[in-house]
Design a protein around this ligand. Structure first.
Ligand SMILES: *Cc1c(COP(=O)(O)O)cnc(C)c1O
Length: 366
């Protein structure tokens, strides 16, 4: 079976060397040397400052909300954050988990990112933040979102889980917002098995978050803040350092697959429209079909022939009961019902790409 994604496994010998070092030092977690090294290397690679490694991308979001004062322990407040319904569930469930009501605003039908026009309409006196997603690595309209946030005194936290390495107007897209969060889950473009990071705009927010992610403990006998445990360990960092070394080849292989799909499919299927001001990381290849029926039929046809495709992102989060949406978001629902992501990963062989495309094209013409 050709899966829709496969975790990237770096050279084993290299990983073993890092693990030997961990055994020698007997330092397994709590801001160890490999976590420090990976922090520095990622800041360099991505072109950012104030990067904080954490244990996963969901806690990255939660800690960003806390450090920026969006979620609070004050029970009299009923904070709200405006976010997109077209994303992985963690974007919105992490808000709800933190006691912040996710208020959905609809997406742009072409870019599939939060539409700034709909953000302003969703603002209430309780709104404290905007949580947009650079979905599939596509840059949101960051200038327009900044302007709305400034005008209304709101924080902006970008869920940038898909935007690793994406540049916008010549610099890292992660520099936008009060914070941008990353996921380093095994299935993501860059991974540490499980892991994540927050890139803060301001150093003082980074410092607050550092305390929060380690129980609020600030010294041998000092507890300064209410905290949680979100520490990355040395084994995660070792994997990250190895994967980072091989990023260029990894990207090259994905770009080949991506461009081949684009060449073959852009005439017949709806693809995501990207800003001219950005580059792309080839993390996903989503396509939108004419109808849900067609998308489901293709899924079946491909599955019968050993190829899996996935409905990312489905269902649209305004349909998920536990998230408590106030109103339906028709554009997101519509795209979510017709979208499929095709297999993209570094070790996807040429004949596998070929057969995936052939199956898809045949199924389309039936
Ligand atoms: C993967 C993902 C997350 C969650 O990250 P984890 O590291 O799995 O906790 C959050 N948001 C988006 C958009 C994601 O794709």
């Amino acid at each position: 079976m050709i899966p829709v994604t496969k975790p990237y496994l770096p050279a084993r010998e290299k990983l073993d060397k890092y693990i030997d070092g961990i055994y020698e030092r007997e330092w397994l977690t709590n801001n160890g040397p490999l976590v420090q090294e990976l922090t520095k290397r990622l800041e360099e690679y991505l072109g950012v400052e104030n990067l904080l490694l954490v244990s996963n991308g969901t806690l990255a979001l939660q800690i960003a909300y806390r450090a920026l004062g969006v979620s609070t322990t004050n029970r009299d407040e009923k904070p709200e954050a405006i976010t997109t319904p077209f994303t992985f569930v963690a974007t919105a469930s992490s808000l709800k988990w933190e006691g912040v009501e996710p208020v959905f605003a609809d997406i742009d039908p072409d870019t599939w990112c939060l539409d700034p026009k709909n953000i302003e309409k969703a603002i209430t006196p309780q709104t404290k933040a905007i949580v947009p997603v650079h979905v599939f690595g596509n840059a949101c309209e960051v200038e327009a979102i900044d302007e709305i946030a400034n005008k209304h005194g709101l924080k902006v936290i970008y869920d940038a889980a898909h935007a690793f390495g994406v540049n916008y107007k010549g610099e890292s897209l992660l520099r936008h917002g009060d914070a941008a969060t990353l996921s380093f889950h095994a299935t993501k473009l860059f991974h540490t098995i499980e892991g994540g990071a927050i890139v803060f705009k301001r150093k003082e927010d980074l410092e607050t978050a550092k305390k929060m992610m380690s129980f609020g403990i600030t010294g041998p006998d000092a507890i300064e803040e209410l905290g949680i445990n979100a520490k990355m360990n040395e084994f995660q960092a070792a994997m990250g350092l190895c994967v980072l070394d091989e990023m260029e080849e990894n990207l090259k292989a994905r770009a080949t697959v991506w461009h081949r799909y684009e060449r073959e499919l852009s005439q017949s299927l709806q693809l995501q429209v990207k800003s001219e001001d950005q580059d792309y990381n080839y993390a996903y290849f989503p396509v939108v079909f004419e109808s849900e029926e067609r998308a489901l039929k293709i899924t079946e046809d491909l599955k019968k022939n050993g190829v899996s495709v996935r409905r990312y992102f489905y269902p649209s989060l305004d349909s998920v009961e536990c998230l408590g949406a106030r109103s339906p978001q028709p554009i997101s629902k519509n795209i979510a019902s017709r979208i499929l992501c095709l297999p993209v990963y570094t070790t996807l062989e040429e004949n596998e790409q070929e057969s995936t495309l052939n199956l898809l094209v045949n199924s389309l013409s039936n």
